[in-house]
Write a protein that binds this ligand. Structure first.
Ligand SMILES: [Zn+2]
Length: 210
């Protein structure tokens, strides 16, 4: 068997690629703007969303900084799942966030998944569940989770720890309602804690040193 038969041949035949069981359609505008890199990022992201298996997702183009996601539902028909993405500087964070919105939408549908699989509605919730899904989606700081500015500036240093806190917050949610407040206080704490790395440009002078 040749190692990578499908992606390339599908592209040649112009058949929508099946990614993680989801079918992706690009709007005409997006087809014009789409880069190979962006397309690969979208396909790769979808592999982490088994909830979207068997669905058709329309991917459109937007110029605004953040993407958007819409789920429209006509009576007696499958919901239409649409996300819009900016191609320039596209991050897995943004793709994951918009796909998570679709999963949130499906939780509200006629055939919702079991309660333990449902993702609660809301932007901060969307960020938390996106971060927790996979380290892939931690390539940029989430938009809605409150965090100190320094953390956004030095995001790669904090990404994995913040992700762990998101996973912990989700586990806490069943027994502790203010889990978002808990998460954000832990994150604030993390920024206050002295970092072990010596990469900070300004060194504090500690009075205790001899
Ligand atoms: Zn959002």
């Amino acid at each position: 068997m040749s190692p990578s038969p499908f992606g390339a041949s599908l592209r040649r035949l112009n058949i929508p690629a099946v990614a993680g069981g989801a079918q992706v359609r690009f709007t005409p505008l997006m087809q014009k703007r789409l880069t190979r890199r962006a397309e690969e990022m979208i396909q790769r992201s979808l592999r982490y969303f088994p909830e979207l298996q068997g669905k058709t997702i329309t991917v459109g183009y937007t110029r605004v900084h953040l993407g958007s996601a819409v789920m429209s539902r006509k009576r007696d028909s499958e919901p239409r799942l649409v996300i819009r993405l900016k191609v320039r500087n596209l991050t897995y964070q943004t793709i994951g966030h918009e796909l998570t919105h679709l999963v949130q939408g499906l939780s509200l549908g006629d055939r919702p998944p079991p309660a333990y699989e449902r993702i609660p509605t809301g932007e901060t919730q969307c960020d938390i569940w996106t971060m927790a899904r996979d380290p892939l989606f931690c390539d940029d700081a989430p938009t809605y989770i409150k965090m100190p500015k320094i953390m956004r500036e030095l995001w790669p240093k904090y990404a994995i720890t913040v992700r762990r806190l998101c996973v912990a917050a989700i586990a806490k949610r069943s027994s502790f309602r203010p889990y978002i407040r808990w998460l954000e206080s832990q994150i604030a704490e993390l920024a206050r804690a002295p970092r072990r790395e010596k990469s900070t440009p300004t060194q504090l002078t500690l009075p205790f040193f001899d």
